[in-house]
Design a protein around this ligand. Sequence first.
Ligand code: PSU
Ligand code: MN
Length: 306
Amino acid sequence: MQMKQYLDVLPEIQDALDHNKPVVALESTILSHGMPYPENVGFAAEVEKVVRAEGAIPATAALIGGRIKVGLSPAELETMCRAENVGKVSRRDMATYLAMKRNGATTVATTMICAAMAGVKVFATGGIGGVHRGGEVTMDISADLQELKQTSVAVVCAGAKQILDIGRTLEYLETMGVPVLGNGTSDFPAFYCRKSGFGVDYAAKDESEIASIIKTKWDLGLEGGVLIGNPIPEEYALDYDYMEGVINEALAEADEKGVRGKDITPFLLARIKEITNGVSFASNVQLAYNNARVAARIAKALCKLS
Ligand code: PSU
Ligand code: MN
């Protein structure tokens, strides 16, 4: 296939894929545009360790020098963390960045595309993009949702941040035919908080149930993703009403400053970290480790089923 000419998969990852061993994709936008430097360097190394500790191989995706990278060297991870001249790349940006050889961090949508190209089935992120508050007027709906409709990768997330309209995000996923599973929960999580007040389609009891639903979907020829909501560990969860106040403050500032489009999410993430004095950042890091752990277990269970 033509696309392979753009793709570099690290040998360790290719070997695992060739031998039906578990691999977990990780995104780079969370590094370049979701976390500050140099804290993101420690996170990037640790999240890969968490995947390995579960017996899976980590595959962080990025666009570097005109190549699609699945699996990054420590130097390439550092490049993504420094984020100098590193753009935020969603589906619409991929061709431009590759042809112009610009460095780009992959969002959930793009990481799914890269993972699918390489043959990686499971991906761990922090939170997905979704329908923004007021999205029924602005039409600001993350391309992550369309990607979940069409690209066959299972995405483990801690739900969606309250910066989004979680109810409309779930409605959109329903329309697109994307199964939303809870990992041990019947409530779709709200990132920093274990519950959003909106239900999932099915509360799975564990990772092996999740793997069997994923396998069945794809066996049926129902292309597209599966979204797994994995709540933040209790000890790191923040109070819903407190976060609502923080987020409203950040949203008001974004509005005042006229921040729009692809810049909104990174702006809000940075402001939330500042307003909460870094408390939210510690939670963010921990929920991402937790997602990596669960994704590795799902990847292992899927390998056993195939
Ligand atoms: N939500 C978070 N942290 C993130 C993102 C979203 O809590 O880092 C990133 C992810 O890469 C996601 C992207 O795919 O933002 C969505 O951006 P947009 O809303 O512009 O589609
Ligand atoms: Mn948007």
